[in-house]
Design a protein around this ligand. Structure first.
Ligand code: DAO
Ligand code: DAO
Length: 290
């Protein structure tokens, strides 16, 4: 349903349209939540349990706001509204893509965002929505002792903390949901060589062609990734990068450098979606401190 709803004008000029986007004549509370969320430039909204709430329209709009309050939103509120139980899901409002709040029993959703790509400098296409997950137990075991006494705002500014998230053996998953309808394997390969390739160079120096080729050779020409496909890129124990397409494993590669380079696209210095990175760090910090 949401896949067909786009508000391109609001994307480009969100600050000029702060209030008018909540359309009460909208046929669906989802679209209202999305429009409202987009209008005020926010990220997450809630897609479940509308039925037993008095005013689902208002509720979803409020969820959309509260789940994105950043430094001044306490973690219990954020937790209870957005990611409270295993059956809930969060929606990326610009695309309608929905992300389960828990994967593999213990991987918790930290934040969601959108990967865009400019084509020939002419247009910006939405390629996929993504959700970043991390194993709760790993977070507690590997980060809480060192950082558990700090405050959330302090932690969010802490470079060493951000570095540890990328470096330590914390199981994580980036789940991609394809939005663009004409994605070819060759364009995936070349986009990957550009984005991940630049990180491999940044973190590992010059000689990483072989590693890059090893990864991209997993993507066989006969694979199809139509709109709606779900790709999971997981850092498993021991820095093994495991790739799944629609639930089927297509390969895995043990490389700390590759894992780090991939995660850097979403939570590094120059991320695809800055707001998503903010939300991810906020959520991560709140989990470390609990
Ligand atoms: O069709 O001309 C075009 C543009 C295609 C852009 C493809 C971007 C691919 C981004 C990586 C996707 C990874 C799943
Ligand atoms: O967005 O630039 C990017 C990189 C995203 C990683 C893409 C990995 C795609 C792996 C699946 C390929 C399916 C054939």
């Amino acid at each position: 349903m949401m896949g067909s709803l786009r508000f391109p004008f609001w994307f480009s000029q969100p600050s000029k349209r702060p209030h008018s986007s909540l359309d009460s004549s909208s046929p669906s509370s989802f679209s209202a939540a999305a429009a409202f969320g987009v209008g005020i430039g926010l990220g997450l909204s809630i897609t479940h349990k509308f039925t037993n709430q008095r005013d689902p329209l208002l509720q979803s709009a409020l969820n959309s706001i509260f789940s994105n309050f950043r430094s001044n939103c306490s973690s219990p509120m954020w937790g209870s509204l957005s990611l409270a139980d295993n059956s809930s899901a969060a929606m990326e409002p610009r695309t309608g893509a929905s992300f389960p709040s828990i994967l593999n029993d213990t991987r918790r959703l930290l934040g969601i965002g959108l990967r865009k790509k400019s084509v020939l400098g002419l247009k910006n296409i939405d390629v996929y929505a993504f959700g970043v997950y991390a194993d709760e137990n790993d977070i507690k075991n590997l980060l809480s002792e060192k950082y558990g006494k700090l405050s959330v705002p302090a932690l969010k500014e802490n470079k060493e903390f951000q570095e540890d998230v990328l470096e330590k053996d914390i199981c994580m998953t980036v789940r991609l949901q394809i939005v663009y309808g004409r994605l070819s394997i060759s364009s995936v390969r070349s986009a990957f060589e550009e984005s991940v390739g630049s990180r491999l160079q940044k973190f590992g120096g010059s000689d990483n062609q072989e590693l890059l080729k090893r990864f991209t050779s997993q993507f066989k020409d006969e694979y199809k990734i139509p709109k709606g496909s779900v790709i999971e890129l997981s850092r498993e124990r021991g820095h093994v990068l495991c790739t799944k397409i629609d639930g089927k494993e297509v390969g895995s590669i043990q490389s700390k450098l590759l894992c780090r380079s991939l995660l850097d696209l979403y939570v590094g210095e120059d991320p695809f979606d800055r707001q998503a990175k903010e939300n991810i760090e906020q959520k991560l910090a709140s989990l470390v401190i609990q």
